[in-house]
Design a protein around this ligand. Sequence first.
Ligand SMILES: [Zn+2]
Length: 126
Amino acid sequence: MNKEIFIKQSVVDSILSYAQMFHPKESILLLTGKTGRKKMEINDLQIPPLATHGHSFSGFPLSRLPIDFSVIGVAHSHPSGVLRPSTTDLNHFYGKIMMITGYPYQSKKNIVLLDRKGNKLEYSIF
Ligand SMILES: [Zn+2]
């Protein structure tokens, strides 16, 4: 991806605490914000409708999602702590980016940002 990615500090904090709250189950949140030609900015979160929290990326029925162009991607947690996408994750890719946060959900070190192919993306926190 040739865009610079910026994620708001409060979004990072919310994702980490949400993941802690649902542990040992997996949590899922939608990342919202705006994308420009050179820049992508994630500044808010949405709880997906009909979210289910299980041990797999069972997630939510994507076809039931409202068409909302502010949704840039999906963040979910890996209670195992593994910071790699599973095959299922990549097959269920929604939006432009995927964020995975792994146990113990303490800091940026426990977060990876990925593109559709599973490549790691750099980002800045603002
Ligand atoms: Zn996953």
